[in-house]
Write a protein that binds this ligand. Structure first.
Ligand code: BMA
Length: 313
């Protein structure tokens, strides 16, 4: 448990809320979904779906209440397209959705599994039926990326996680046109040694804009003799200069505890790529992959997370 402190993030009692058995076509596993609320209040999850070759594509699931009654597209919503986009050779994974008011479109930033490892790709959509691909925007090895919903000082901003083996930190890059990226800056470093977030970290869902700054939920990968443990921590970045770290929690706030999180294709993984925010502007529903096998839901409060950071950084 979380060191006897009040729980910041609470699991839904009906977890896992989506599994491969729910899919209308044969799939091996469903996990790491992006999430957004459509204008009519429908929750849309863009799920990573792994087939029995081990390749992933994206498939939309829609629900009126965000918990059950999911309508799943009868075919892959966004299949990999390696004929036109060779970087998608081994599939597409781990999407993050950002609604961009200036474009009146959703930006989907996802991992393209290239022959040289994972890179970051971008597509825009108005409706989750047609997708305009921008191709690879960060070369391999890079992943765990999301676009900020608005320009910062006139430029688009992307948080991402390039690998400089054996360590991997979070960076931000800027672009005038979503195609050409530069002004790369390190924003959050993986710690060293025994820390839960030593050596390898990455953005989880897209940053959450609050009056206090950008609230970032990130994952830390603890490497142990028995394998890796993926847990979540919190950080806060300046609203106008998102490369400026304001606060970082020392302890993780969520980690694998339930059987569906500890056991699966890759045990001991909780991996959210999306959330929705309730009408109160404070309740956050985190949708996460559990053990690279199923999709689960947990709920929290943005103000409680900010309060926790105030006390724990
Ligand atoms: C990471 C991610 C996820 C996955 C996790 C655990 O590298 O990119 O795709 O959930 O590994 O296997």
């Amino acid at each position: 448990m979380n060191h006897g402190q009040p729980e910041l993030i609470t699991r839904h009692r009906r977890n896992p809320i989506l599994t491969a058995a729910d899919w209308p076509y044969p799939v091996h596993a469903v996990f790491n979904p992006a999430a957004t609320l459509l204008p009519d209040g429908t929750t849309l999850l863009l799920c990573r779906v792994e087939d029995s070759r081990g390749h992933s594509h994206l498939c939309a699931a829609r629900s009126a209440n965000g918990v059950d009654g999911w309508q799943i597209d009868p075919q892959p919503t966004m299949p990999a397209d390696p004929d036109n986009y060779p970087e998608e050779l081994w599939g597409i994974e781990d999407p993050r959705i950002t609604y961009v008011p200036e474009l009146a479109q959703y930006a989907i930033v996802y991992t393209a599994y290239t022959r040289d490892g994972p890179g970051v790709a971008l597509a825009l959509t108005k409706d989750f039926h047609a997708f305009e691909r921008y191709g690879l925007i960060m070369s391999p090895e890079d992943k765990d990326a999301a676009l900020l919903p608005r320009r910062i000082g006139g430029h688009w901003a992307l948080i991402h996680r390039p690998v400089s083996a054996p360590r991997a930190h979070m960076w931000i890059s800027y672009s005038p046109d979503l195609r050409h990226w530069g002004s790369h800056k390190l924003i959050l470093e993986a710690r060293r040694g025994a820390w839960w977030d030593a050596n390898k970290i990455g953005l989880s869902p897209p940053p959450i804009e609050t009056p206090q700054g950008w609230l970032v939920i990130y994952h830390g990968v603890r490497m142990t003799a028995a394998g890796c443990i993926y847990r979540l921590g919190l950080a806060l970045f300046d609203r106008d200069q998102p490369e400026r770290l304001l606060k970082r929690g020392d302890e993780w706030v969520f980690g694998p505890e339930e059987r569906y999180e500890q056991r699966g294709d890759v045990g001991n993984v909780v991996f959210p790529c999306g959330y929705t925010i309730g009408e109160d502007g404070d309740t956050i529903r985190l949708y996460y992959g559990a053990a690279d096998t199923t999709i689960a839901l947990a709920t929290g409060s943005i103000s409680a997370m900010l309060g926790w950071l105030e006390e724990h950084s």
